[in-house]
Each structure stands twice: as structure tokens, then as C-alpha cells.
Design a protein around this ligand. Structure first.
Ligand code: NAD
Length: 337
């Protein structure tokens, strides 16, 4: 595959530990001969008037053009007059679905060793529409927006994902018994899409029951699709099942087939620049990016090298109880390729 023309992908190394863990990804991709050519973009030091953000228009254009990218953590700059970096990316690139694979890492013991599920979160509306106001003193109101268009779009992505990845079941998570109109519409859209995928089992699970089932036996689930707020909470719950945010990858799917993979954690200013960061979450995010590109063999090779290194236990970063530096852990992964 190294002989084929390289695929251009945007890389935002980001802030704090971002550049160190991005370096780890670049070295491992180089060693594995992944046919990717990175276009690096940093967050600016001034507001770009065209985006009203520290992210430049050129950076956003790079993702739009390449349709695929990897994002390190970005520290939110303090001060007024600019849009949050993550919000800018989500709005400008129309990142409508957040996909988080959660699987047990062999050799890293948690309460369960059979977790293998995917959460797919609607990322543009619901309770996070930002429509809140005070009605009168002591009474406030927040609007939960659910649209047919956004619900069909995320449901379609979930079923498409399930089919493309050989998954058997999609569970729609909801509270339609109480939120009859909003979650009711979300479910109606999921049902419509489910009709088009008879080979994928479809079920509907009430959110409270879903939480109970997930902590009792996560193997009961396969692919979960849900509105924004439920997705925010459930995806962190699932991350906790496998060992926490330092290990959890994610990928944002946008309009026109854009995929922007990112680690779930932040810029970790407390350990930045000290060669202590664990690059696993960003690395596994880069693996989701490779899967999006259908480079499954390369994705498997890199994923296995990461998991084998962690399982072997000789080289682990401090957050996993080891004493290896970022660069030593990276080298160990390269040796396992
Ligand atoms: P954080 O995730 O950066 O750090 C929380 C704790 O986890 C720290 O002790 C840190 O050292 C540790 N940690 C995180 N990632 C690690 C890794 N890969 N290896 C080892 N240890 C790791 O959360 P925070 O401190 O709340 O936020 C710091 C900054 O990051 C803030 O500016 C915040 O806005 C930003 N942030 C960005 C994103 C993003 O870009 N998606 C997400 C969350 C936070």
C-alpha cells in the first residue's frame, strides 16, 4: 500500500501535550509506512476575522479539502470576542456525529474485559442548542431542539457504520416515555432508517435502563445511537468501563464525508513538555481515521502494536502505573509493529 499515492490529511497538533503525542503518531505512521501525508495546522495567536476564532480559515479549508484529519487537544484561549475552538470546528465543518469506540485493552485490567461497543452521539442539537433564557425572575427555560433532518442523518450514519463494520445490532437510546415529542421524533427517524437495513437488528432502550445494563454487563450492547446530552454522558460512562479518558479515541463525522478524529482528553498543562504524556488516546483516534479511510489492515497493525505494548507491560506511561517516557513508549510500539 505504501506504493499508492499518499492521502493528504490535516493534522492539528494542538496545545499542551498535543505536539508530543502528535509526534508519536507521526513516527508510528512513518514506521508503519501508512500512505498519509500530513498537512500541519496550528491554532493561531490572533483571531481570524473570517472565522471569528483562533482557528484560521486556511485550517478549516484544509480539512474541507482533505476531508480527513486528526486533532490534538486544544486549550481554550481566555478573552472575549472569539468563538470556542471546538465549537468553531463543529459548526464550520458541520460535525454532526461523534463516534467513540470502546473496547477492553488486554493487559490493562478494569472491572470488565469483554467491552466492545460503539457510541454514536448526535452532535448538533438537543439540549445543547444553546437556547436558554430567563422567563421571569426565578424561572428559566432551555429549549431542546430535535429535528427530523439531524435525527435521520445520525441514524443513517449509525446503521451505515454498523453495516460497514460487521456489527449486528443498533440500539437507539431515549426517554420517549417522558420526552414524547422530542425523543419520540428521534425514535421515529431511527425506525425509518432501520427499515432500510433489515440485516441489522434494531432495538430501543430507555436511557435509565441502558445505564443500569451498561454497568452490569456491557457485553449486552453493540452500537448505540442517541441524542446529544445522552451521548455526552453515556460515552464517558463507556470510557470509564475500559480505563478512562487517557485511552479513549473518538472521531467526528461531518457533512460531505468529513472525518476529524480526536482524543477525548484535554491539553494536560500539568505534564506538558515533560515527555510524560500517554499518546494512546490520540493514536487510537488515528486508527479510527484509518478505518474511516478503509485502511483496515494498517489500522489493525497499528492497533495491535499499541495493545500488545500495553499488554506486555514493560513500557507504560505514568498514568497507567508505569515509568516510561512518551518517546520510550512510542519506540516500544514501533518495535511491536
Ligand atoms: P485534561 O484532560 O487536559 O487533564 C486532566 C488530567 O488528566 C490531568 O491530570 C492530565 O495530566 C491528565 N491527562 C490527560 N491526558 C493525558 C494523557 N494523554 N496522558 C497522561 N495524562 C493525561 O483536562 P483539563 O485539565 O480539564 O483541561 C486542560 C485544557 O484542555 C483546558 O484548556 C481545556 O479547555 C482543554 N480541553 C480541550 C479538549 C479538546 O480539545 N477536545 C478537551 C478537554 C479539555
Amino acid at each position: 500500500s505504501s506504493a499508492s499515492t499518499p492521502i493528504r490529511a490535516t493534522l492539528f497538533p494542538g496545545d499542551g501535550i498535543g505536539p508530543e503525542i502528535s509526534e508519536s503518531v507521526k513516527q508510528i505512521f512513518h514506521a508503519a509506512e501508512v500512505p498519509i501525508e500530513w498537512e500541519e495546522h496550528y491554532v493561531g495567536t490572533e483571531i481570524d476575522p473570517r472565522t471569528q476564532s483562533f482557528l484560521t480559515w486556511e485550517s478549516l479549508e484544509s480539512v474541507r479539502r482533505n476531508k480527513v484529519g486528526l486533532k490534538g487537544p486544544m486549550a481554550t484561549p481566555i478573552g472575549k470576542g472569539h468563538r470556542s475552538l471546538n465549537l468553531t470546528l463543529r459548526k464550520e465543518l458541520n460535525l454532526y456525529a461523534n463516534v467513540r469506540p470502546c473496547y477492553s485493552l488486554k493487559g490493562y485490567k478494569t472491572r470488565y474485559d469483554n467491552v466492545d461497543l460503539i457510541t454514536i452521539r448526535e452532535n448538533t442539537e438537543g439540549e445543547y442548542s444553546g437556547l436558554e433564557h430567563q422567563v421571569v425572575r426565578g424561572v428559566v427555560e432551555s429549549l431542546k431542539i430535535i429535528t427530523r433532518q439531524a435525527s435521520l442523518r445520525v441514524a443513517e450514519y449509525a446503521f451505515h457504520y454498523a453495516k460497514a463494520h460487521g456489527r449486528e445490532r443498533v440500539s437507539a437510546i431515549h426517554k420517549a416515555n417522558i420526552m414524547q415529542k422530542t425523543d419520540g421524533l428521534f425514535l421515529k427517524c431511527c425506525r425509518e432508517v432501520a427499515e432500510k437495513y433489515p440485516e441489522i437488528q434494531y432495538e430501543e432502550v430507555v436511557i435509565d435502563n441502558c445505564c443500569m445494563m451498561l454497568v452490569k454487563n456491557p457485553a449486552l450492547f453493540d452500537v448505540l445511537v442517541m441524542p446529544n446530552l445522552y451521548g455526552d454522558i453515556i460515552s464517558d460512562l463507556c470510557a470509564g468501563l475500559i480505563g478512562g479518558l487517557g485511552l479513549t479515541p473518538s472521531c467526528n463525522i461531518g457533512e460531505g464525508g468529513i472525518a476529524l478524529a480526536e482524543a477525548v482528553h484535554g491539553s494536560a498543562p500539568d505534564i506538558a513538555g515533560k515527555n510524560l504524556a500517554n499518546p494512546t488516546a490520540l493514536l487510537l483516534s488515528s486508527v479510527t481515521m484509518l478505518r474511516h479511510l478503509d485502511l483496515h489492515d494498517t489500522a489493525d497493525r497499528i492497533q495491535n502494536a499499541i495493545l500488545d505494548t500495553i499488554a506486555e507491560g514493560k513500557y507504560r506511561t505514568a498514568d497507567l502505573g508505569g515509568s516510561s517516557k512518551t518517546t520510550e513508549f512510542t519506540k516500544a510500539i514501533i518495535d511491536h509493529l
